[in-house]
Ligand binder design. Structure first.
Ligand code: NAD
Ligand code: 6OD
Length: 491
């Protein structure tokens, strides 16, 4: 399988160095690792493998930059610089989208219409938001006046996953910069290319040296752990697996760093019999299989009211069968390659477990016929599993969904909440009272009614239970990325 479009030939994959104090540098010890194209299994290039030494340099640069020109810039100038990063991302959209698809295996149409435009919008949104951010003031009878001043937290470490690389990295970086912090970013080791270009983009936009630093490398015993353990890092914003979040929390405890976590999910998609099934199916195809199911918000546990269960399954399976799996650069492709070999093995293993647990594979469950290279798995629909099965309980993060019938509202609420995750949920119903009633009882940070992944960046985004700590978005991001000092003046 060859990704052979004209686009891909025009934009060359890049080797990835660290970006520290405004300069691209290799690792002190010269170590690199290979970046693999998951769609072809070919080597895309080399990535500098950072460790403690590079993190030390990056944190020192970020610490020094905290009190430099970044601090002295007027709010208007900072807004202009942050907006300019977004502008340049849009100017270089084709190049960035190509690199993102080469790195992740996701369809080019997706990276060029969602990942990269949204990365640009993260900067535009938080630049504009900064203009409106204030603090609070209270008059204490006629004795005193209290007012709070907002200041940056300091040096913020940002650790990112591979599924929406630039979108998620900039979702942290834009508010972090807007609030006046300096940052050290650790991109996911599987997807280093767009993060690397971002260094150059920041420099061109006028970000002072040392404000943005990017160190490549792995997680444990590498750049990731060095960042979480560094005593001069004041806060960590982490997106990734719940298990990794637990490890980072214990490392961060040593210097009591502020933490913001966006973690895993096993999200319910609840379909009541009174909903419009065609609309449900159109969106459920996306919430199940878009980005190869590698979205933390995917509704991988589908619960369908028994009255429409058979009809839903028949129509949903027929439509999912039509989804073209293949070359990320072919415009017909709806589902690309999984991000890498290890993840492919993990998803395949869960499909095997589903069969061992008594599940029936209604669709997919295997590599598409004739595709011998690349980490492809067909959209997979599994039925016949019970609530205690691992495939129902554990996050798979691939194009795999389970479908289970239910009879009553109470039953489905209990099933939906029967998980240690609490990231998101979708509810499909045309009964307004039911929509409110059920939404209010689902234990999740985000509940969509008759839709999925409809985003307004002002809203609180994050998970409850083991899906996260805190919320980001709008004011919530500014609360995390800033510290308040209350000043009390006796009158
Ligand atoms: P991961 O936890 O394996 O890795 C994420 C990042 O953490 C990588 O950069 C990795 O190098 C780093 N890391 C790993 N171990 C570390 C350690 N000991 N110390 C410091 N850093 C370490 O996650 P992943 O496989 O890249 O991403 C998939 C996961 O991310 C899924 O669980 C998914 O649900 C979750 N996710 C959540 C959200 C959300 O908004 N809630 C968004 C996207 C992805
Ligand atoms: O839309 C966002 O802001 C966001 N953080 C999405 C996360 C998707 C998870 O894969």
């Amino acid at each position: 399988m060859q990704a052979n479009s004209i686009l891909e030939k025009r934009v060359k994959a890049i080797d990835c160095n660290h970006f520290i104090n405004g300069e691209y540098v290799s690792s002190k010890n010269g170590k690199t690792f290979e970046n693999i194209n998951p769609a072809t299994e070919e080597v895309l290039g080399k990535v500098a493998e950072g460790g403690k030494e590079e993190i030390d340099l990056a944190v020192a640069a970020a610490k020094k930059a905290l009190n430099g020109p970044w601090k002295k810039m007027t709010t208007n100038d900072r807004i202009a610089v942050i907006r300019r990063i977004g502008d340049i991302i849009l100017e270089r959209k084709e190049e960035l989208a190509t690199l993102e698809s080469l790195d992740t295996g996701k369809p080019y149409w997706l990276s060029s219409t969602v990942d990269i435009p949204r990365a640009a919008y993260n900067f535009h949104f938080f630049a504009d938001y900064l203009r409106a951010v204030g603090t609070e003031a209270y008059q204490t009878d006629d004795q005193a006046i209290n007012y709070a001043i907002r200041r940056p937290v300091g040096v913020v470490g940002m650790i990112n996953p591979w599924n929406l690389p630039l979108l998620l990295l900039t979702w942290k970086m834009a508010p972090g910069l807007a609030a006046g912090n300096t940052v050290v970013i650790k991109p996911a080791e599987l997807t280093p290319m767009t993060a690397t270009l971002l260094g150059e983009i920041c420099r061109e936009a006028g970000v002072p040296d040392g404000v943005v630093n990017i160190v490549h490398g792995f997680g444990p015993d590498s750049a990731g752990s060095a960042l979480t353990e560094h005593p001069d890092v004041d806060a960590i914003s982490f997106t990734g697996e719940t298990t990794t979040g637990k490890i980072i929390m214990s490392a961060a405890a040593k210097s009591l760093k502020k933490l913001s976590y966006e973690l895993g999910g096993k999200n319910p998609n609840i379909i009541f019999g009174d909903s419009d099934l065609d609309e449900v199916i159109e969106t459920t195809l996306k919430s199940s299989f878009i980005n190869q199911g590698e979205v933390c918000l995917c509704g991988s546990r589908i619960y369908v009211e028994r009255s429409v269960y058979d009809e839903f399954l028949e129509k949903f399976t027929a439509k999912a069968k039509e989804l073209v799996v293949g070359d990320p650069f072919d415009p017909k492709t709806k589902v690309g390659a999984l991000v890498g070999e290890e993840h492919y093995e993990r998803v395949t293993k869960y499909i095997q477990i589903a069969q061992e647990e008594g599940g029936q594979i209604l669709l997919g469950g295997k590599r598409p016929e004739g595709m011998d290279k690349g980490y492809y798995i067909e959209p997979t629909i599994i039925v016949g599993l019970t609530a205690d099965c691992r495939v129902i309980r554990e996050e798979i993060f691939g194009p795999v969904v389970t479908v289970v019938p239910f009879d009553t509202e109470e039953e489905v609420i209990e099933r939906a909440n029967d998980t240690h995750y609490g990231l998101s949920a979708s509810i499909w119903t045309n009964d307004l009272r039911r929509a409110h009633r059920v939404a209010g009882q689902i234990e999740a940070g985000i509940v969509w009614v008759n839709t999925w992944f409809l985003r307004d960046l002002r809203t609180p985004f994050g998970g409850m239970k083991q899906s996260g700590i805190g919320r980001e978005g709008g004011m919530h991001s500014f609360e995390f990325y800033s510290e308040l000092t209350n000043i009390c003046i006796k009158l």
